[in-house]
Structures are given as structure tokens and as C-alpha cells.
Design a binder for this molecule. Structure first.
Ligand code: ARG
Length: 544
């Protein structure tokens, strides 16, 4: 649903021929919006601004939206939206099952590669961010009428399995009793031994070959490590309340059978070539090539991501592919995107986007992951936030902190600030939602019904309706730009306007139509807050 602001702007542009650069009016007596379009046109046409403004006012076709236009000062045009238009916009939103979010005419098939933890390692702080951000994209792109295909590209393949399996066999490890934390301990022991014990290193290498060759015992242990890891990942997903399920897992190993074919194809077409014993692809603008096969004949991260793109286009029929990882992997993705394009695996009609995020910092401003003595596990952060509040509020705090800044920026994990119910926090938005719910509950208890927004006389009521009418556009913007902080900012402003509204406009203590209209305005605000929080993956409790 188009906002009143942009509807108005496009009408003015139709008359003026240039972007009217509508600005919110600075004072209620100037109406709702002001434009300096006449001043700018006057300059280029060499005519007096007020004269230009007068002739524009004649031609601007907004009688259905605005009170008669006013010319102010040197030639500003003031626009005051008619109260019944504002009221109707709010009522439409209240009635709309999609809460003003436009649905894609033809749903796009959107692959989102996110979370993607590594087997035999507990999810760390970085995985917290990709999981939360990817979950938000999933919700936003689904809400805009697309088909989202999450791909959890777990690290379930590679050389590390040689040492893991070899170590497990040496220790006669009880695989049935193993869990993810235990697998991580095994990883540490194997890793330590690898550095110290030459013979072990050789056996680990041989074990990788056995794994690739499909040796039964080796495969069984490998599978067991994956299974216990999945249990651990799912515990984290449950606790985070994200949408991922086992059906979304497509780990690195699932591309094994494609790798040789990709190499042969690219070599045959002259796109890949041998360089120092490795098969590589050079791409213009990149210093180093992508490595398809190393000089030992092994396949790695690059070629897997080339094959994964091919699969996502050919088999998943993706129209758009989004990858959410730590910003440090940006170069890797730019490179493998370029290779897949050069190969023709990803046609021009399919977009590829890497969304990189910054680090989570401790209170000392240093990355969690390098702090000695402090574990950087995702679960520990949840525990830290829960020391200050209940689980739903702690989750709101973490998710909002994660999504409310530009994603590329680092942010400081400060549980006390994040869980505060005032200020720009997730709990503040939950609180605003609970407050609106309480008013509506009290009204219902007193047998007072509401239906539509009708009377909007106070400036703050009008401001609230105007703000509500922007919701659909804000969500469409996030779906396009993948910048959730814009939704966060919007919701924070909405909640702030709502609290001014409560201060200035009695709801239950007013009467008649004013009361029903104000209740309907509360209901609309509550609905938009619930919808917006839902898109951020945050629960909207009715009571707090
Ligand atoms: N497993 C990797 C990590 O933990 C992330 C994988 C991201 N996805 C991909 N298609 N490469 O850093």
C-alpha cells in the first residue's frame, strides 16, 4: 500500500515535472508537508517564486487528498492532508489482512543461505548474527509474497573429518553418548594431536581418502558427528525462535557429486585452467584466482560455492540468491559469484547478493571471539541477556540490537542497555505493543467496541495515522535493500509517536466517536507493531 506521503509526492511531481522533495512540515500550522519546488523552478525559469507557486497550485491535482493548498513565505507550498483521508488510510490498514504490505505479482523464488554452522563445533557469536539476520530476511521476503527457500549450508565436509574420525576411533569414543559439546571437545583433542603427532596426521589424511571413497565405518562416524551436531543446532534454533528446520539443511557435502563435473566443464570450455598444479579460474578485477581443485586433487570452499550456485539455479529455480555471512567473507562471495556468472551458471536474470555483517563486541570493545577465557558461544550470549530479564524479552533485546544498526557495523553486546524497556530497544517496542493491547483489553472489558478510525482532529493523531500509512513502503524497502535497520527505525518512531498520542489524547476517558476512533487508532498501531516485530522475528506479547 502506498503511503500518503509518496502518493502526494507523485501527484505534485506530475504537475511540477521535478521531484518536489516533500518535507514534513516543521509546525502544525504549516500543515503536514512543505515543498520548495516553486522556489527551485523559479530559479531555473527566471520568474518570481510566488507566481510559480500560484500557477503550480492551480495545476496540482490533490483535491481528493488535501485541504486547499497554501503558499507561504517566499513561495513554499504547504500541504494539509484532509483528516478523513488520514482516517481512511488507518482504517484500510486495520482491515487489510496483509497490514498494507504489497504482495509480489509474480512470487520470486528467493534462496537465502544463512546460519550455516560447522559440524562438531558449537555455534558461535558470528552464527548468532547470520541466523537472526537470515531469519528476518526470510520473514520479510515471505511477507511480501515471495517463495523463500532457506539453505543452511552447514560445514559437513572437508579435511577436518579425517582427524575427527581418526581420533574417535583411537579413543574408542562412545558415539551413542556423544553430543555437540562433546564433539567439539573431540575436535580440540584431535586438533592438538594433529600438530604434535606426525603419524596421526598421516592417518588423518588417509581417513579423508576413506571418507571420500565411501568406506562404511568411516561414513558411519561422519554421519554420527553430523547428527549430533544437528541436534545441537536445532536446540539453538528452538531457543532463538527462528524458522530453520532440518529440511533447510543442504550442507557442503551435498555438492560433492557436482564438483568433478563443474571442474571438467569449466576446463573444457577454457574458463578454468591449470596453474601450479591447481585448477583455477581467473576473473578480471580479482588479484587471486578461485581455486576449483588444489594441487593434491582436493576440492574446497570455492568450488563448492560455485556448484551450489549452479544447483540453486538449475534445481531450486532461484530468481534471487542472498548469502548472509560475516563481512570478512565478502571477497570470497564476490569471487565465486563472478566465476558462476562467467561460467553461465547464473544468468543475468538471477541476482546474487552477499550481505556481510560486522562483529559482536564485548563491553571492552573487543570482538567476543578473541577474548581469552570468555567463551564466544551463541548460547552464552542468550544466557547473559536472560540474567536481566525473561526469555522472550531477552530474545527481543538481542535480535533488535542485531538488526537495528547497519548490518556491516560492529555492535557492542551490552545486555543491560539492550534489555532496557526505554530507549531504542526491542523490549521498548514490545512494551509499546503491550500497552496498546492493554488499552484495547480494558475497552473490551468495559464493553466498548471500536471499528474504524473516523475522527482525527489532534495533530498527534494525524501524525500517528501518517506514520502508520508508511508501513507497507518501509517493508517493501527492506525486501529490496535488505536493510532491516530501516524497519527498526520506523517502528521506534511509531512507538514514540504512540506514546505522545497517549500523553495528549485520552482514549478510554473520551466519549462517543472520538473514543471509538482513538481505540481503532490504537488497534491499528498495535497491529503494525505486531506485524513489524514479527518480521524482525520478535514476539509481541499482549502483557508485560
Ligand atoms: N560454514 C561457514 C562458516 O561458518 C559459512 C558458510 C556460508 N555459506 C556458503 N555458501 N559459503 O563460516
Amino acid at each position: 500500500m502506498q503511503s500518503l506521503a509518496s502518493l502526494l509526492s507523485s501527484r505534485v511531481e506530475a504537475a511540477a515535472g521535478i521531484d518536489p522533495e516533500m518535507r514534513p512540515a516543521t509546525k502544525p500550522q504549516f500543515g503536514h508537508f512543505q515543498s520548495n519546488v516553486a522556489l527551485r523552478l523559479a530559479k531555473s525559469e527566471g520568474r518570481p517564486p510566488r507566481e510559480v507557486a500560484a500557477s503550480l497550485v492551480e495545476r496540482i491535482d490533490v483535491a481528493d487528498l488535501c485541504e486547499p493548498l497554501e503558499i507561504a513565505g517566499p513561495g513554499f507550498i504547504n500541504f494539509r492532508i484532509r483528516p478523513e483521508v488520514l482516517a481512511r488510510a488507518a482504517s484500510d490498514l486495520l482491515a487489510d489482512p496483509h497490514t498494507g504490505i504489497d504482495q509480489a505479482e509474480t512470487p520470486a523464488r528467493i534462496v537465502i543461505d544463512y546460519s550455516s554452522p560447522n559440524v562438531a563445533k558449537q555455534m558461535h557469536v558470528g552464527h548468532l548474527r547470520t541466523t537472526i539476520i537470515g531469519d528476518c530476511f526470510n520473514r520479510v521476503l515471505t511477507a511480501t509474497g515471495n517463495t523463500v527457500i532457506p539453505q543452511n549450508h552447514i560445514g559437513d565436509w572437508g579435511r577436518q573429518f579425517g582427524m575427527l574420525i581418526e581420533q574417535a576411533l583411537d579413543e574408542e569414543l562412545d558415539l551413542d553418548g556423544l553430543d555437540l559439546a562433546g564433539a567439539e571437545e573431540l575436535y580440540k583433542r584431535a586438533n592438538a594431536r594433529l600438530k604434535a603427532d606426525e603419524g596421526f596426521a598421516d592417518r588423518a589424511r588417509a581417513r579423508v581418502v576413506a571418507l571420500q571413497a565411501g568406506d562404511e565405518e568411516t561414513r558411519a562416524i561422519w554421519q554420527r558427528l553430523i547428527d549430533v551436531s544437528k541436534v545441537g543446532f536445532n536446540e539453538a534454533y528452538d531457543r532463538l525462535g527462528v524458522l530453520l528446520t532440518d529440511a533447510d539443511i543442504a550442507g557442503e557435502s551435498s555438492y560433492n557429486d557436482l564438483l568433478e563435473g563443474v571442474c571438467e566443464d569449466l576446463e573444457a570450455r577454457g574458463i578454468a585452467k591449470m596453474d601450479d598444479g591447481a585448477l583455477v579460474v581467473f576473473v578480471d578485477g580479482f588479484d587471486a584466482p578461485a581455486i576449483l581443485r588444489n594441487s593434491h586433487g582436493g576440492y574446497g570452499y570455492d568450488v563448492t560455492d560455485v556448484a551450489a550456485q549452479k544447483y540453486r539455479v538449475d534445481d531450486l529455480h532461484a530468481d534471487r540468491m542472498i548469502y548472509v555471512t560475516d563481512a570478512r567473507q565478502h571477497h570470497h562471495f564476490e569471487l565465486v559469484f563472478a566465476v558462476a556468472r562467467k561460467a553461465g551458471y547464473v544468468p543475468d536474470t538471477v541476482s546474487t547478493e552477499h550481505v556481510g555483517y560486522g562483529m559482536v563486541l564485548g563491553a571492552d570493545g573487543r570482538p567476543f571471539s578473541t577474548r581469552e577465557g570468555t567463551a564466544a558461544y551463541l548460547i552464552d550470549l542468550l544466557d547473559a541477556a536472560e540474567e536481566h530479564t525473561t526469555r522472550p524479552v531477552a530474545l527481543a533485546a538481542i535480535k533488535y540490537a542485531d538488526l537495528s544498526n547497519q548490518l556491516q557495523k560492529d555492535y557492542v553486546f551490552d545486555p543491560e542497555r539492550m534489555t532496557a524497556t526505554s530507549g531504542d530497544t526491542g523490549p521498548y517496542l514490545q512494551y509499546a505493543h503491550a500497552r496498546a493491547s492493554r488499552i484495547l483489553r480494558n475497552a473490551a472489558d468495559q464493553g466498548i467496541a471500536w471499528d474504524q478510525v473516523t475522527a482525527l482532529t489532534e495533530p498527534v493523531e494525524q501524525a500517528l495515522a501518517l506514520q502508520l500509512s508508511r508501513y507497507g513502503e518501509i517493508v517493501a524497502g527492506v525486501a529490496a535493500d535488505l536493510q532491516p535497520h530501516k524497519l527498526c527505525t520506523y517502528l521506534f518512531e511509531l512507538a514514540s509517536t504512540m506514546s505522545v498520542f497517549y500523553e495528549q489524547c485520552p482514549v478510554l476517558k473520551s466519549d462517543g466517536e472520538v473514543r471509538t476512533s482513538r481505540l481503532a487508532l490504537c488497534a491499528t498501531t498495535r497491529k503494525v507493531l505486531a506485524s513489524g516485530l514479527g518480521l524482525l522475528g520478535i514476539e509481541a506479547p499482549d502483557q508485560m
